[in-house]
Design a protein around this ligand. Sequence first.
Ligand code: CMX
Length: 435
Amino acid sequence: MSTLKDKLAAKIPDQRKRVTRLLKEHGDVKVGEVTIAQVIGGARGVKSLVTDISYLDPMEGIRFRGKTIPETMAALPKPDGKDYPYVEGFWYFLMTGDVPTKAEAEELVEEFKTRSQVPQYVFDLLRSMPRDTHPMTMFSAAILSMQRESKFAKYYGSGHFNKMDAWDPMFEDATDLIAKLPVIAAYIYRMKYKGDIHIPADSSLDMGGNFAHMMGIDHPYDDVARMYFILHSDHESGNVSAHTTHLVASALSDAYYSLSAGINGLAGPLHGLANQEVLKWLQGVMDKLDGKEPTPEIMKQFVWDTLNSGQVIPGYGHAVLRKTDPRYQSQRDFCLKHLPDYPLFKYVDMLYQVVPDILVEQGKAKNPWPNVDAQSGVIQWFYGLTEYDFYTVLFGVGRAIGVLANITWDRALGYPIERPKSLTTDMLEEIAGIK
Ligand code: CMX
């Protein structure tokens, strides 16, 4: 048994006691009320999920296990000479809430390598798909195809299934998946966009380093990968990808079924796909300008044209946040350090200057500020990853870390199948007193 699994096993009983106490002794205490607007409006703001992996404050932004993004980046161990932490150490942190030592993070780096072998049939499947298939479809299909490997599903089918032990095979599946995802993502990228020429993994590197290596992009892209995967990992439980993964896993579907479903949600343009939409939109602006530098006035016009044609401004707004997303800020800091004069960064920055006022003037969006997706594409573009269809796959590798930590804890705490109640429109009219 690995050190991380030992640590997890030691933490589970206490957490079970806390949850059991809440349920048994305080189960009737009200958490809030639900309005008709919330029932019709996508359950926005309804407090009906629980997770300790991360918490999203509308004004402050995300905290992973109680730490802000800068605190997380500062606390976690980093490979020698690198600016961003080991992703493997971050996985340890999300799972346990404890900051690993460098030795503990490096032990996980080695363990991930033993789990990173992707079955040949996954590559065969990817190769059999039409080459113009969206990379998110390929990514999701690759994850789903590995379901036959699931240790959780085998345990369930063993005839000795005990729901309180089910976290162990779920942890195994989750760790197996996270170790394999960068290999699958890099394979899809090189197959689709780099002449089908592949770069084998380098066993001396950590996950971020190896991903950059397999993508064929030099330093500091390894640090970009570490930063990117950590920033995109978790955003509490209610967002589409996290909630979907949790929902599917609540039926005791294994991690492969659940993550593939969550990835499909991430592929929507109002969620993760917004990062590709931002770059597509900006490229459209630049094409129309035919190489001329946009002024704030020109940018404002493009923003209004987009709104007036009934489209959203990708990368702006959020269902929970009510200020600039700290994940945007963190990437902006990276840009200011590494690519301050890059024209595309200047356009992104100009958008930051003009969009919020326009969204306020339009008066619809509750949050006029940028989210994570407004800034991420420009960094990828700068390092040569100009195939913006691929950006959401990068988001997906990161998101997997958070949602898989969550479903491992779901099983550790024995959470039940999720089943909210629906009403009919007649019933809502009766409740509203208009029928
Ligand atoms: N541009 C234009 N209009 C916007 C807008 C934006 N960026 N953000 C919100 N609005 C509009 C909504 O479409 C809605 O309009 P209708 O009343 O006509 O339906 C209105 O403002 C109210 O929406 P809201 O309550 O502020 O936002 P929601 O919680 O419903 O939706 C989100 C949140 C993110 C889907 C929305 O802000 C949006 O579509 N943003 C652009 C897409 C985007 O960047 N998504 C990525 C989010 C981060 C992520 O998950 O990766």
